[in-house]
Design a protein around this ligand. Structure first.
Ligand code: CMP
Length: 143
């Protein structure tokens, strides 16, 4: 398996509940490392652009409203098979279907307010990482 990077966002619901540290713990204990991070309050324009793939979906307006409702922590996570591993750690998009022990199973309250976002493929990860981070903002781990 290859070392990959993936984009992770801790969303406004989880940030508002002071769960940043607890959520990062889930990534680190499963072997993912934070190699870049920034705290942001997304503008409407940024949220619309970031989620533009969902523009035609009925939940788009609510998604943008929610993602701009408070600060988020945006991170690049690195590790073996990081994209799939992150999605496993997050659990199903709908917390009602997410297993206990996953981030969404343990912290999310609804499909709209589901605590975290993670890239869903190699191509998406590349685009999403570049959306938030310049190459010099992504660190190299020495161990
Ligand atoms: P996320 O991984 O951030 O990607 C898009 C978000 O839209 C998703 O998480 C959910 O929070 C939200 N969403 C709301 N309704 C739906 C739905 N029916 N299907 C998929 N995503 C949804």
């Amino acid at each position: 398996m290859a070392i990959e990077q993936t984009l992770s966002i801790i969303k406004p619901d989880a940030v508002g509940q002071n769960q940043i540290g607890n959520i990062i713990e889930y990534f680190e204990r499963d072997g993912l490392s934070v190699v870049a991070a920034k705290m942001l309050h997304l503008t409407q324009e940024q949220a619309v652009k970031f989620y533009e793939i969902h523009q035609q979906r009925p939940f788009f307006k609510d998604l943008v409203t929610f993602m701009t409702s408070g600060p988020v922590l945006v991170m690049v996570l690195e590790g073996e098979d990081a994209i799939a591993k992150n999605r496993k750690i997050m659990g199903a998009t709908d917390p009602a279907k997410a297993e206990k022990g996953t981030i969404r199973g343990d912290f999310a309250t609804s499909i709209d307010q589901n605590a975290v976002h993670g890239s869903d493929s190699k191509e998406t990860a590349k685009v999403e990482i570049a959306f938030f981070f310049k190459p010099f903002e992504i660190t190299k781990r020495v161990q």
